[in-house]
Design a protein around this ligand. Sequence first.
Ligand SMILES: [Zn+2]
Length: 321
Amino acid sequence: MKINTVLGSCDAADLGPTLVHEHLLTGMPGAYLDAADFNRKQEFANVCGAVEKVKQCGISTIIDPCPMELGRDPEFAAAISDRTGMRVIMSTGLYNDAMGIPTHFRMLDSDEIAELYVREITDGIGSTGIKAGLIKAANSGMPGFAGEKGITKVEEKVFRAAGRAQKATGVPILVHNSETAPFGREVLDILESEGVEPKRVMIGHSCGVGDMRYYFDILQRGAWLGFDRFGIEMVAPDKLRLASLIGLLGVGHDRIMLAHDTVACWLGRLGKGMRSMLKNSPNWKLTHISEDILPALRKAGVTEDAIDTLLVKNPRDYFAA
Ligand SMILES: [Zn+2]
């Protein structure tokens, strides 16, 4: 099956070293109302600079699973991809109850939401002609900001939409989940009840969870873990993320993919809470895995073969399945 990128399509074998969860441009719902000083030209140059740096580290593909209501901008991403040569894959899909899912979508049912997801994957996003390559799905808010609940009714409806669109199109699902109150198992229950195979699902934001029972349950069901928040020290220290990763690899569990969940460019002004998170997470940048995390893995005895599995083989198998 061909994979939709922002500049056309590719084969799974073409992906190469992949960061599975980064954002080129993001803004919380409503940010566009507060973006009077957004300088698109300047931001474009800044993002190109950051992407070029990580490309020089050997990364060849970035997955940008920006939910549709969080400032998702496929044309911005396509221009970055065109300028830098970085392959970029964008998603369809909505964010969580506490921080997303605008009223319009609360008034649609799962099938109606799934219809839009399928259209974005098969025909393109809006009138751009740029097709989504995977489906984002989400539960739980952000520690210190909003809603660390279980799976709410509206989230369940949206997860079912994601499951139905997955079945209709074959593209994989990427799940945002809380690191402090994770519900990956329950998300898998809902998706499996829609007929989705766990091997088509990545339970993201898992690296900060630090609970081996949780990891084993998800991996033994055949789903993938996203260790995709390296550098966000405010939520969980890298040492905890690394301890979990090295421990899992040490006992032969390697269905794991890597990223940082960085935001290269924010739409709208940032509040004090986000500014403090940025200040206290100096390594939250696109090159952190290449420059710091991979050397730490090597120092712990992780082989080049295992690193290749995390960065190249697993993203390929996740899409190819
Ligand atoms: Zn994200």
